[in-house]
Design a protein around this ligand. Structure first.
Ligand SMILES: C[S@@+](CC[C@H](N)C(=O)[O-])C[C@H]1O[C@@H](n2cnc3c(N)ncnc32)[C@H](O)[C@@H]1O
Length: 215
């Protein structure tokens, strides 16, 4: 994996790209693609949410809010929160999911309190983050001990295809192999790490934040 420097330039490029893209983002064929990244998240929330009243769900890089919209319909007990860098994407998300709270923030610098959310999720966005270690460490920081961190991202089986995709997709920084993603989760201190391919081009990695040891 190449050395990664957090660069404001890449974050700015993503902001501009997704602001331009926002009016066309909910085009149905494209959403068919995006839904493949949401699939596993529903299963993981399904397993636990009935037991947890008022569980807090944070969708980082929520885009136009499709995932939150589906959760609002099917899991009314969840408290929903969305973060994105691009204000035009957020404007559509706010309109679509009025019950959720939204913040315009860079995932590398979340202005959110430690240990707050039961679920911290990023779908089809991790390959846009210029400093993936820092982004994941922020995800872990805001997750409650015992809570779940989930990343669903692109994976095309081959590093050559990953390399080509980085060249053609604006704002794309680096696509991890399955092993690299597991390593990132281990380095972030997560436990019970699991991974599943949910479609030809989508892999979801899940880990649990450790509970603090009693002194
Ligand atoms: C391909 S879209 C995925 C949107 C959504 N998660 C979904 O599944 O439909 C990637 C999103 O990541 C956001 N993004 C990119 N870099 C970001 C950053 N540094 N901080 C927060 N959001 C970012 C973009 O604005 C965009 O909305």
């Amino acid at each position: 994996m190449p050395a990664q420097n957090p660069t404001d330039k890449i974050v700015k490029k993503n902001l501009e790209t997704f602001n331009r893209w926002a009016p066309h983002y909910d085009f149905s064929l494209f959403q068919w693609w995006m839904k493949k990244f949401h699939r596993k998240v529903f299963v993981e929330v399904d397993k636990n949410v009935e037991a947890k009243q008022k569980a807090k769900f944070l969708d980082l890089s929520c885009g136009t809010g499709e995932l939150l919209y589906e959760l609002a319909k099917t899991k009314p007990r969840l408290q929903l929160f969305g973060v994105d860098i691009a204000e035009n994407m957020l404007a559509l998300a706010k309109h679509k999911v009025p019950s959720a709270k939204f913040f315009q923030m860079d995932v590398h610098h979340l202005k959110l309190k430690d240990n707050t959310f039961d679920y911290v999720v990023s779908t089809e966005a991790f390959h846009h983050y210029p400093n993936q270690h820092q982004a994941l460490s922020e995800m872990v920081r805001v997750c409650k001990p015992g809570g779940k961190v989930m990343i669903a991202d692109i994976n095309f089986f081959s590093s050559l295809l990953h390399h080509l995709f980085v060249k053609v997709e604006p704002g794309c920084v680096y696509i991890n192999s399955r092993k690299e993603m597991i390593r990132l989760f281990e380095e972030a201190g997560l436990k019970n790490i699991r991974q599943e391919r949910t479609f030809l081009f989508a892999v979801t990695t899940i880990g649990m934040k450790r509970k603090e040891k009693k002194k």
